[in-house]
Design a protein around this ligand. Structure first.
Ligand SMILES: [Zn+2]
Ligand SMILES: [Zn+2]
Length: 339
């Protein structure tokens, strides 16, 4: 049996173990991908800390995977070896439950899969994934550039393009980290009047460089009042994981404005009167499925939206993960395999 490297977690809170495993075989309807790069996402802590209900160990995390298809399982007709592809958070669905029949694959009630949680992910030389969860990667995007777009990218791009904001309208991006620095770029390229909100004056120049028309330092001023001075936001995309920061910006929504939440905060406060009087809303957005990933990648290749990354080899997975956890990475951490 040919072998490969994989970085696995064997118990909640346990360390990464770099182990040698048999290269997996794709079953019917699955493909095998030779991994080139895999981004490290904060959600990988669900595996590292064992917080995902029913998670089975050992588990290899990683849902920002980019590589090359090198084997296909029985019945797979849409992919062939040699194609460059990616896999994101959405790892598959049944295709026949009521949610799936309605096209709401994210709500599948029978067989919803998450990459790196329901099956082993991309912190390895190879992974196998359901063929329906795989997205084509455009030639212009090298593996390291494409990988973070498979979660951080799709999450912000897909939330914005499905929002009620139209080109020219005021859109605010709350947070300027891994998700936020992509969110600002997507909002700018979609033609929104884009405002970035984060803590500290030091992030202002970056926000401007990414194309924002204004930067609001939430430590120095009231972000809701500042947004109202600009006319009120049609959409605020909340990429942070702090509920109090989300609560603090909702007053910056204009009439019919929507706070779109993609950061998994524990809780947040909402003002019912604010919702009622301005017919405002708060909603969440699920990252997306394979076609959304594919369109995220295509839009990024077309418009030049790129993630800024710190790159580590797979052997340094512990160091790379700690760097992500520190919150100091500028801005996404990506593992490379050398494949
Ligand atoms: Zn993620
Ligand atoms: Zn289903």
């Amino acid at each position: 049996m040919p072998k490969m490297r994989a970085a696995q977690i064997t118990r909640p809170g346990g360390p990464f173990e770099l182990v040698e495993r048999d290269i997996p075989q794709p079953g019917p309807g699955w493909v095998r991908i030779k991994v080139q790069a895999c981004g490290i996402c904060h959600s990988d802590s669900l595996v590292k800390e064992g917080h995902w209900p029913g998670l089975k160990f050992p588990r290899v995390p990683g849902h920002e995977v980019v590589g090359v298809i090198d084997a296909i399982g029985a019945g797979v007709t849409q992919w062939k070896p040699g194609q460059r592809v990616g896999v994101g958070w959405h790892g598959g669905h049944c295709g026949h439950c009521n949610a799936c029949l309605a096209g709401d694959f994210f709500g599948c009630t029978v067989d919803l899969k998450v990459t790196g949680i329901s099956f082993d992910g991309g912190y390895a030389d190879y992974l196998v994934a359901p063929a329906i969860a795989v997205a084509l990667v455009p030639e212009e995007l090298p593996p390291v550039e494409a990988a973070p777009l498979m979660c951080a990218g799709i999450t912000t791009y897909n939330a914005l393009r499905n929002s009620s904001a139209r080109p020219g309208e005021l859109v605010a991006i709350l947070g300027l980290g891994g998700l936020g620095h992509l969110g600002v770029q997507y909002a700018v390229k979609m033609g929104y009047k884009t405002v970035a909100i984060a803590r500290g004056a030091d992030k202002g120049p970056l926000a401007k460089k990414l194309g924002a028309i204004a930067y609001i330092d939430s430590q120095d001023s009231d972000p809701a009042a500042e947004l109202q001075k600009l006319g009120g936001a049609k959409v605020i995309l909340a990429t942070v994981t702090a509920g109090d920061a989300m609560s603090a910006v909702q007053g910056g929504l204009g009439l019919n404005g929507t706070l779109v939440v993609v950061g998994a905060a524990q809780s947040m406060q909402v003002s019912p009167l604010g919702l009622i009087m301005g017919r405002r809303s708060v909603k969440g957005w699920y990252s997306g499925t394979a076609i959304d990933s594919q369109e995220t990648l295509a839009f990024s290749a077309l418009t030049g939206v790129r993630s800024m990354n710190e790159i580590y080899p797979l052997e340094k997975v512990a160091e790379a993960y700690a760097r992500m956890e520190s919150g100091k990475a500028r801005f996404r951490v990506v593992l490379t395999t050398g494949n």
